[in-house]
Design a protein around this ligand. Structure first.
Ligand code: 2F8
Ligand code: CA
Length: 328
């Protein structure tokens, strides 16, 4: 065995421990100095650099060993905090969506609240008006109660009042009868007054009508115009009694009456618009009349003092005439 190799076997191995931060790259006892050949000997600066590097490495390892657990703890704490925060963020996010939903509900609730508020205001005003009505009704009830007491007092006097009422009713009926009689008397008096007033102006009264016997002869048309001016017409004749009254009052003089024809061959008619019946009126014509003498007799007069008194004559002849005005 070569000597060098023997020395290597005998030399203790290099000792490297990390013992509570006491680091030693050397065995506990420095190795025996050996002579190395210049070829194998390394440069000193390289060794120092190597040692420094090793020291740095070891320092790093030691520092890592010291601080790694703390760092890890910190990281774990941060992770835990981050997880917690994430959970809280999630919770807040969930809460946000819940709040969003709730906001919609709250807005709806607000609208409903407003509607309810309006309704409540309305109900409040109704309650107020009801209170007023109740107060009024209460006052009316009080008034009715007072009146009821009065009515109660009066009810005892009812028989007496009923007797008075019966008497008053009988008296009232009598008064009404008297009033009616008085009104009739007044009407009669008014009629008589009117008759007297008309008679004072020269009119005669017969059968509810007034008759005016003229004093001046006129043609038939002028006579009718005169009657119209007196709110009358040339007289119509509708009964034997009226005919008798007229011919007797005429006293034999010829007098125009209101009977005329529409044209040469026209039908006879009454100028006061009383309907004319030729058949029923035959009894009033003088026998042989109307003969339309000279084909020019289109107006009628009372010519003689007889029930059959009428004659047709020329309308242009001037005769006295009779106006008739309906009574009042
Ligand atoms: O004899 C009847 C006849 O008498 C008169 O004529 C003459 C009458 N004329 C006048 O009254 C104007 C006719 O009408 C009448 O028919
Ligand atoms: Ca005639």
């Amino acid at each position: 065995v070569p000597e060098v190799e023997m020395k290597e076997r005998e030399a203790p191995d290099a000792h490297f421990t990390v013992d509570k931060q006491n680091i030693s790259l050397w065995p506990r006892e420095p190795p025996p100095k050996t002579d190395q050949s210049p070829v194998l000997r390394k440069p000193l600066s390289l060794r120092v650099a190597f040692i420094c590097l090793a020291l740095v490495l070891v320092t790093c390892i030691v520092l890592q060993a010291i601080f790694y657990p703390r760092l890890m703890n910190k990281i774990l704490d941060v992770k835990s905090d981050a997880e917690m925060l994430r959970g809280r963020v999630n919770n807040i996010s969930t809460l946000g969506s819940v709040l969003e939903k709730d906001r919609g509900h709250v807005e709806k609730a607000e609208v409903q609240m407003q509607t309810l508020n309006t309704s409540l205001t309305h109900v409040h005003s109704q309650i107020l008006s009801l209170r007023i009505s109740m107060a009024q009704a209460s006052a009316q009830i009080s008034d009715l109660i007072r009146r009821w007491v009065d009515v109660d007092n009066l009810s005892s006097k009812l028989p007496e009042l009923q007797r008075d009422l019966d008497k008053a009713s009988t008296l009232n009926a009598k008064v009404q009868r008297l009033q009616s009689s008085l009104e009739n008397v007044n009407k009669v008096l008014q009629t008589q007054s009117d008759i007297l007033e008309m008679m004072s102006r020269g009119w005669k009264y017969f059968g509810g009508n007034f008759y005016y016997f003229s004093h001046t002869p006129k043609s038939w048309y002028s006579a009718e115009q005169f009657c119209i001016s007196k709110e009358a017409h040339l007289t119509s004749v509708t009964s034997e009694s009226e005919q008798e009254f007229l011919y007797k009052a005429a006293n034999g003089l010829p007098l125009w009456i209101g009977l005329t024809k529409a044209g040469n061959e026209g039908e006879w008619y009454w100028v006061d618009e009383t309907s004319f019946n030729m058949k029923q009126s035959e009894r009033f014509w003088i026998p042989g009349e109307p003969n339309n003498a000279g084909s020019n007799e289109h107006c009628a007069n009372i010519r003689v003092a007889s029930p059959r008194a009428w004659n047709d004559a020329s309308c242009d002849f001037k005769f006295l005439f009779i106006c008739k005005r309906p009574g009042i």
